[in-house]
Ligand binder design. Structure first.
Ligand code: S5P
Length: 276
């Protein structure tokens, strides 16, 4: 059966990648394929938004390096919220350097990403050594890696043979690469003579999702949850500003309402996709 029409629960059952299995189980348990991206610069706002959206998400995506008053208490509180609301954490670090450098960036420095982030991501541009470099830190911790096979931005260079090569790289490292940041399913992409994807189940996490606007004036392009989940066969919708709005004038009820709205839209689209 093609992955696209399988349920999240069926896919979770035998998934060989620890982080993918955890994410699929969380999605199924919470009936949410929504990941909220919390791109704000103050610790208090960051934690407040996560506490508000927590009940509605399977995953919280962070850009930890934009937080101006970062400290280790923030990570402790983030982990408390992750347990309280039952979601996983995805640091959107977009690693892009040689294996040795990314292994240090992942394990060390101020943020020590590998110690708290279940999932992280990398640009395939340096070639397979970026995967082995990150895996040398994250694999034994049960972490998962997403490769950026495509991007949501206008004029992205991650297309065509670049995307195909990203998928081939992932296929060769299925123990650590759990899926892709992409705009569509990657089944069959880069495969010789047809799909050849019976035994692979990469998760597709998709940013550039919005219900009310089509762009942000800075290159971002938005599609609806239905376009992403039903038409393009992706697995998780990533929504940032569409949920939290203006972080400097946080509308508490508005954030909760939007998170619930996107969660419902994402789930409705999934049910349509699997034919329920
Ligand atoms: O192609 C991409 C990849 C990523 S990870 N396009 C993206 O927008 N992202 C991230 O998703 C981006 O860095 C941001 O954190 C989030 C989208 O935020 P929004 O406010 O536009 O929904």
């Amino acid at each position: 059966m093609v992955t696209k029409t399988k349920t999240y629960a069926q896919r979770a059952k035998d998934h060989p990648n620890t982080a993918a299995k955890q994410l699929l189980e969380t999605i199924d348990r919470k009936k949410s394929n929504l990941c909220v991206s919390v791109d704000v610069t103050r610790k208090a706002n960051f934690l407040a938004i996560i506490d508000l959206v927590g009940p509605f998400v399977c995953l919280v995506k962070t850009h930890i390096d934009i937080i101006e008053d970062f400290d280790h208490d923030l990570i402790e509180q983030l982990q408390v919220l992750s347990k309280k609301h039952d979601f996983l954490i995805f640091e959107d670090r977009k690693f892009a350097d040689i294996g040795n450098t990314v292994s240090l960036q992942y394990s060390s420095g101020v943020h020590k990403i590998a110690s708290w982030s279940h999932i992280t991501n990398a640009h395939p541009v340096p070639g397979p050594s970026i995967i082995t470099g990150l895996a040398s830190v994250g694999k034994s911790l049960g972490r998962g890696l997403l490769l950026l096979a495509e991007m949501s931005t206008k004029g992205s260079l991650a297309v065509g043979s670049y995307t195909e090569d990203a998928v081939k790289m992932a296929r060769a490292h299925k123990d650590f690469v759990m899926g892709f940041i992409a705009q569509q399913r990657m089944d069959g992409v880069g495969a010789e003579g047809g799909s050849g994807t019976e035994e692979e189940d990469f998760l597709i996490l998709t940013p550039g999702v919005g219900l009310d606007v089509k762009g942000d004036g800075m290159g971002q392009q938005y599609r609806t949850p239905r376009e992403v989940i039903v038409e393009s066969g992706c697995d998780v919708i990533i929504v940032g500003r569409g949920v939290y709005g203006n972080p400097n004038a946080l509308d508490v009820d508005g954030v909760r309402r939007q998170a619930e709205r996107y969660m419902k839209e994402g789930w409705k689209a999934y049910l349509e996709r699997i034919g329920e």
